[in-house]
Design a protein around this ligand. Structure first.
Ligand SMILES: [Zn+2]
Length: 265
């Protein structure tokens, strides 16, 4: 179980669980968006940041520490780094001054990390952690930490996700729900679509009786620019199946999602 994750309503027998096959067909990951801007000169195709280097036959997916991973030249996307260098110049900075010399590489690697969801799929993160189970009550993982980037400003939005479903013959390993959130959060997003994509993925993986997802998040593009509304939290929800059609199920879900002290940064 990931730290910071609370499981609220969970009962039933997990000991009798057995692995069942994974419904893969519906779970194709969204393709990496291509650069659609037209240009008079033909440009070489951009290398997506998610095309990471292999090391020892394994793809690097975790930063190794504060500076180590950030500055690992094997992982730097040189084209992205040079773009950041230009960006620094356009901001009126001197990219050659001491504090900024390594910044383009750091930013390139940080952005690769922050958008790594493009290189992941739900199928991959769930793996074989699906189990046959007759439990028919609501399963909820709440307070899943969430960090994403808004697609309009490429500024962070962050908060918590609460994810629930009612099984219909199969359950998923609980640690997989936060990982499904990560697949979609670690892309350029709007909160509304993120909420729907998480609900849709759980529906595809589990074919449950119902799914509910609530996300509450603070958007830096609102907090540190424009309207500068420091304390406005955006709440979105997506409900499917019995969470949409059955008022009591929906009420139970919303009570569990909002029932505790509100999240504050
Ligand atoms: Zn924004």
């Amino acid at each position: 179980m990931a730290p910071g994750v609370n499981v609220v309503a969970l009962s039933g027998t997990f000991g009798m669980a057995q692995a069942i096959s994974f419904p893969s067909a519906k779970l194709r990951e969204r393709p990496v968006p291509k650069d659609s801007t037209s240009s008079r000169r033909a440009k070489p195709p951009a290398v997506p940041l998610s095309k990471r280097h292999q090391r020892d036959g394994r793809r690097v997916t975790e930063p190794r520490g504060d500076e180590g991973w950030d500055l690992d030249p094997a992982d730097v996307n040189a084209e992205y780094a040079s773009m950041v260098e230009r960006q620094l110049a356009l901001l009126g900075e001197d990219p050659a001054r001491e504090g900024l010399v390594k910044t383009p590489e750091r930013v390139a690697n940080a952005m690769a990390w922050l958008t790594r969801g493009y290189g992941q799929s739900v199928e991959e993160v769930v793996g074989d952690a699906l189990f046959a189970e007759e439990h028919r009550n609501m399963v909820m993982v709440r307070d899943i930490e969430l960090y994403s980037l808004c697609e309009h400003h490429m500024l962070p939005f962050f908060g918590k996700a609460h994810v629930a479903y009612i099984p219909n013959g199969r359950i998923v390993g609980l640690s997989k729900l936060p990982r499904i959130v990560e697949v979609f959060a670690r892309r350029l997003q709007v909160q509304e679509r993120l909420t729907e994509e998480i609900a849709g993925a759980i529906e595809d993986v589990l074919a449950p009786t119902g799914v509910g997802v609530v996300i509450e998040a603070y958007h830096l593009c609102m907090m540190m620019r424009g309207v500068e509304k420091q304390n406005s939290k955006t709440i979105t929800s997506a409900v499917r199946g019995s969470f949409r059609d059955d008022a009591r199920t929906r009420a139970e879900f919303l009570y569990l999602a909002h029932g505790r002290e509100a999240f504050a940064p």
